[in-house]
Design a protein around this ligand. Sequence first.
Ligand code: XMP
Length: 317
Amino acid sequence: TWTPDNFVEMTVESLKKQVGNDKVVLGLSGGVDSTVAAVLLNKAIGKQLYCIFVNNGLLRKYEFENVLHQYEGMGLNVKGVDASARFLKALKGIEDPEEKRKTIGRVFIEVFDDEAHKIEDVTWLAQGTIYPDVIESVSVKGPSATIKSHHNVGGLPDFMKLKVVEPLNMLFKDEVRRVGASMGIDPELLGRHPFPGPGLAIRILGDITEEKVRILQEVDHIFISGLKSSGLYDKVWQAGAILLPINSVGVMGDERTYEKCVALRAVESTDGMTADWVNLPYEFLQKTSNEIINRVKGVNRVVYDISSKPPATIEWE
Ligand code: XMP
């Protein structure tokens, strides 16, 4: 029978055999999958594993610093690379969602490749690909055509001729979490919601600017902190805020305002392939909305997304 302990034991053994004395490079994202993959490999090959954690400037507020610190505390051989400016520059003026994904994917590969080249004689690329990623990336390539290009699968550039190792590619998300728990990874890290590779870029509808990223980080931070402090975070599969490309009229004191509108999204799901919007308590929504409008300059309206997948998707882009 499958148990997390058995899985760890068997996978560590087979990774040792597979990799031998070779060096492996892995991109950490701050998410559950890449973290569990890294800890498994660290158990198997220790310092032969080189982790790279890229800040694309589109992460949540404080995310890069906090997570990097946490990784170091876990004994991972990790290098943090702040490439925010490079990403923002490349994204300038781009409005089309797929164009955003492609740009972010391309710049990520450039940055990652630069870093990987600094590791002498690296021969393996490890990825935290899980089973649903494999399925969805196959269906994206199918005749029913482009749903969304998930750049964290099959994103291996030709010029990086590395062998690929994907220790989690037969597991579902809940199994990955159980494996992580059996290796002693912090439950808070394991319970983190999924977060898309292109990050806040696909939650800012329209073009991306530093100012919009900052606004959305503030809004998201209020929403997510609120979910945590209200004990709702773990009841939700994924949550986040979307910055809409419209201004609407409001009033503050005697003044008419004309400012940004944000949508909040929280869904229940088991694998992200289908999802239902979450019936968050009205009191919570009321408190969150007030806090956002009072504290985030430039936002005067908050709406809640009550669409399920399908036919809507979880992300708005
Ligand atoms: P959708 O919006 O397609 O999202 O319902 C399903 C799940 O996938 C995540 N997602 C992405 N993850 N790169 C990623 O790494 C992407 O381009 C991407 N697009 C969506 C989304 O956050 C949700 O968990």
